[in-house]
Design a protein around this ligand. Sequence first.
Ligand code: GNR
Ligand code: NI
Length: 191
Amino acid sequence: MALLPILTAPDPRLKKKSLPVAAVDVDVRQLMDDMLETMYAAPGIGLAAPQVGALKRVIVLDIDREETKTGPLFMANPEIVEASDEDVIYEEGCLSVPDHYSDVARPASVRVRYLDRDGKQQELACEGLLATCVQHEIDHLDGILFIDHISSLKRNMILRKLLKARKEKERDEAEGKPPAKDQAQDPEHAL
Ligand code: GNR
Ligand code: NI
């Protein structure tokens, strides 16, 4: 198991389309395990392979809320095979867009087909936060971030702030300053 560095926007790798895996082999399983560990450490409730620089169609999730407790979920080549007409709005965050949150509307429930950690085909009916999160993760596999679902004005403001924060961090590191507290965890917005 290993913790992997999480890429943050703007990064060209987050805009690329990831490729399907041919099979869930030992390498893909290793990636899944490392991603789950990285997601828990962040902490987050989902993580997509491109966020750790692997352009493969692999996601992991673990929702642990009153309403939904999934346990660890590993999905290779996930596909939405059904989506409700009804939308729901959630305030989303992303480990690759640290410290920014926006309301995003998505189908309230979806059915996802995928290969599990054993390479077995599965289908899962998702609703609530799981439905939102699985769609957010599959978006990552197509190079789409939650900020691509909001106005360009808001998106560009967030991207500018992320770039500024990154430059300040690089400058501090060059001057040998200790790291500022990373990704302040506002409990209201706990990922
Ligand atoms: O941890 C996460 N929380 C979250 C909250 C609302 C909607 C989506 C998410 S996914 C996010 C982790 C992440 O960036 N996954 O790609
Ligand atoms: Ni994300």
